[in-house]
Design a protein around this ligand. Structure first.
Ligand SMILES: CC/C=C\C/C=C\C/C=C\C/C=C\C/C=C\C/C=C\CCC(=O)SCCNC(=O)CCNC(=O)[C@H](O)C(C)(C)COP(=O)(O)OP(=O)(O)OC[C@H]1O[C@@H](n2cnc3c(N)ncnc32)[C@H](O)[C@@H]1OP(=O)(O)O
Ligand SMILES: CCCCCCCCCCCCCCCC(=O)OC[C@@H](O)COP(=O)(O)O
Length: 317
């Protein structure tokens, strides 16, 4: 999928960051906090992981439903991805346990948290801003109100092993609305990512203070998005790592290994002349194609969950 983004669609991914922090990327464990408004934001995230050599050890706090996505979800299970049901009462122990398992991970990892918990839609935004108002918090224009419990439990469990929080804010040039189907159709997008490295020691230990810290972080992210909307760029210098050939080589290798025998098999089936065999092959191919379309559908915001709409108790404390 990274090869599709970088080499097939030719999408450009530009990094805005502080040159002093740049050498540390990929060379330490980090908690990444990213906004969640685009259908391919996870793919842009993977691209940066690839460019900094941590693609294989990129982790995320993902909704449990994604564990059942064929191939990708199963792979994530074996990669020690942390899953949550987005029900705190059930998640508090399982998420903490999975995070503890990451503490002795043998390679440098990035642990991604979408603190908004769900993708941005106008309706979810409106409801979350009602919650913000109820809590006496400032309004956000470009983000949903962040959920703080997952962030707190992550900081608590990874303190001492993760060195920093990478506050990451993603946007696309010219109001592009990128989609995975667009990528697969070869459409080129222009992603801009602004990353600030914040040492983990500066994140408070106390739960309430940590929550307030995260709310402040999202207010700052909102101001960066505002800057981007006005000027077409993020603050700070551009330090973009170039794309590397490995994802392309990997893709070409596996395509040859898998597609060549599959093509031979298909040709054999078709030349068998048996109506039953050909029909069965047609049914299998259609099912696979429908399965892939369903998987792509998982990335589409229109088909997203009702999380953040159905249960929005306004907390007045
Ligand atoms: C140099 C380059 C740097 C960076 C490169 C960038 C990235 C690369 C990094 C890594 C890549 C790795 C992998 C990427 C690959 C794939 C990723 C794909 C997908 C996965 C994404 C997801 O699945 S996102 C969904 C799952 N994740 C989360 O939800 C995380 C955030 N959520 C939490 O933390 C939650 O707290 C929770 C899930 C732990 C628990 O959920 P629950 O709903 O029970 O939450 P809370 O108890 O927190 O909610 C109640 C509180 O929220 C308030 N509330 C109620 N309604 C709303 C509302 N509508 N909006 C906002 N807030 C609301 C309520 O008042 C409660 O408040 P409290 O004060 O009581 O907390
Ligand atoms: C060449 C063939 C290519 C085949 C492509 C198959 C694509 C499968 C991609 C599956 C990966 C799914 C990752 C989705 C990540 C995502 O963005 O999840 C959304 C959640 O955060 C929040 O969900 P929601 O509450 O619904 O907003």
């Amino acid at each position: 999928m990274v090869a599709a983004l970088e080499w097939w669609s030719g999408t450009e991914c530009t990094l805005y960051t502080d040159p002093k922090s740049y050498p540390l990327y990929g060379n330490e464990n980090a908690i990444v906090v990213l906004n969640h408004a685009f259908e391919i934001d996870f793919l842009c995230g993977w691209t940066f992981c690839e460019r900094f050599g941590v693609l294989g050890s990129s982790k995320v706090l993902a909704k449990k439903e994604l564990a059942y996505v064929p191939v990708i979800g199963w792979m994530w299970y074996f990669l020690e991805i942390v899953f949550c049901k987005r029900k705190w009462e059930e998640d508090r122990t399982t998420v903490a346990q999975s995070l503890q398992n990451l503490r002795d991970y043998p390679e440098n990892y990035w642990f991604l948290l979408y603190c908004e918990g769900t993708r941005f839609t106008p309706k979810k935004h409106q409801i979350s801003m009602q919650v913000a108002e109820g809590k006496g918090l400032p309004q956000l224009k470009y983000h949903l109100l962040p959920r703080t419990k997952g962030f707190y439990v992550t900081v608590q469990n990874l303190r001492g092993t993760a060195a920093a929080v990478y506050d990451s804010t993603l946007n696309f040039r010219n109001n592009e609305v990128p989609t995975l189907l667009g990528i697969l159709n070869g459409k080129k997008y222009h992603a801009d990512l602004y990353v600030r490295r914040i040492p983990l020691e500066s994140v408070p230990d106390d739960e309430a203070e940590c929550a307030a810290w995260l709310h402040k972080l999202y207010q700052e992210k909102d101001s960066f998005q505002d800057h981007y909307t006005r000027t077409g760029r993020f603050p700070g210098p551009i330090m973009s790592p170039p794309r590397r050939p490995w994802s392309l080589i990997n893709w070409l290798f596996w395509s040859c290994v898998v597609l060549y025998p599959l093509g031979l098999l298909l040709a054999q089936l078709l030349s068998s002349g048996s109506v039953l065999t050909i029909t069965a092959a047609g049914v299998v191919c259609s099912s696979v194609s429908m399965g892939i379309r369903w998987m792509i559908g998982q990335t589409e915001i229109d088909k997203g969950s009702n999380y953040g709409i159905k249960t929005a108790p306004v907390n007045n404390n």
